[in-house]
Design a protein around this ligand. Structure first.
Ligand SMILES: [Zn+2]
Length: 302
């Protein structure tokens, strides 16, 4: 199994380092342009959820995280959580999630879709400016297990290039999440060779199936009660999640959960040939090509 060897390599090279244990103001991590935002306005909320610690991950070899698929690294302590938001950036919804996070002085990991980043770079820049970690989630959110290996690589690399371009030609956080949490072994190996860490999840909120914010809150809180800690998968793309975020974060604080901010040690550089491809596609009137109904619909898993 090539994926097993890639993971084994990662184990020997991984370092999860606690970089900080400040309560509300996490320092901007060094070395990652996607996350090295200037310190934002200081936290005015004395009861904020905050950030309990910052862990820096050395993604050399492509370590995987999230017990649904990867068991090697149990880096969270009891009641520690990592907030992750997929499929943005999206008007209205992503800014609402950002505001909720800012009001609670806390940080998350975002896995934007490349096409969405191309359509809404100004929103993705807001995510970066707020000091959140930004990974990638492919160009167009296809199930990579249904593509050829080359098509899968193209999806991954175009996603990285698009996020980089949207952020002003910056390197990108060295984290990746496979659409629908489908992990073809040859592409797990490829991501490992790119020294990008893979994020599965400990808890899938299944928020994409929910219309009411209270359902999202109930789902997350119930799963957390069972697991006690973990990486939580949500979608800033989803309206119910955007509406749920303020109350959800309050409930997490009240229940004694502590947010761990995850940052990459070394950002990933986009490949030039894919930057050129994406620039060509984006420059060719992607705005006018935008579909009325969303291109993206999560139908299972993630
Ligand atoms: Zn997704």
């Amino acid at each position: 199994m090539r994926s097993a060897s890639a993971i084994a390599l990662a184990i020997s090279m991984l370092a999860v380092t606690t970089a900080s244990a400040q309560n509300t103001q996490a320092p901007a991590p060094a070395g990652s342009a996607a996350t090295a935002a200037p310190a934002t306005a200081k936290c005015d909320n004395p009861n904020a959820l905050g950030v309990s610690r910052v862990v820096e991950i050395d993604t050399t070899g492509g370590p995987g995280f999230g017990f649904e698929h990867f068991k090697a690294y149990d880096f969270l302590r009891d009641h520690e959580i990592v907030l992750t938001f997929d499929d943005g950036p999206w008007p209205g919804h992503t800014p609402a999630v950002l505001k909720a996070l800012a009001d609670q002085c806390t940080k998350a990991v975002f896995f934007p879709i490349g096409k969405h980043a191309g359509w809404h770079p100004e929103i993705l820049k807001q995510v970066a400016a707020a000091g959140h970690t930004i990974g990638t989630h492919t160009w167009s959110h296809k199930d990579l297990s249904k593509l050829t290996e080359q098509e899968g690589k193209d999806e991954i690399e175009k996603g990285i290039a698009a996020v980089s371009i949207a952020l002003g030609n910056q390197p990108v956080g060295s984290f990746f999440r496979f659409p629908a949490l489908k992990h073809p072994p040859e592409l797990v190996k490829y991501v490992g060779e790119r020294n990008i860490g893979i994020f599965s999840t400990d808890m899938d909120s299944f928020d994409f199936k929910m219309r009411k914010p209270e359902q999202v809150i109930a789902s997350v809180m119930k799963k957390l009660e069972k697991h006690g800690k973990g990486i939580i998968l949500m979608h800033d793309f989803q309206q119910a999640t955007a509406h749920a975020a303020p109350e959800l974060l309050k409930k997490l604080k009240d229940a004694g959960y502590k947010v761990v901010q995850v940052v990459g040690k070394t950002p990933v550089e986009p490949k030039k040939e894919y930057v050129d491809i994406v620039l060509k596609e984006m420059g060719g009137g992607l705005e006018t090509a935008r579909p009325i109904s969303s291109v993206i619909k999560t139908i299972s898993g993630n």
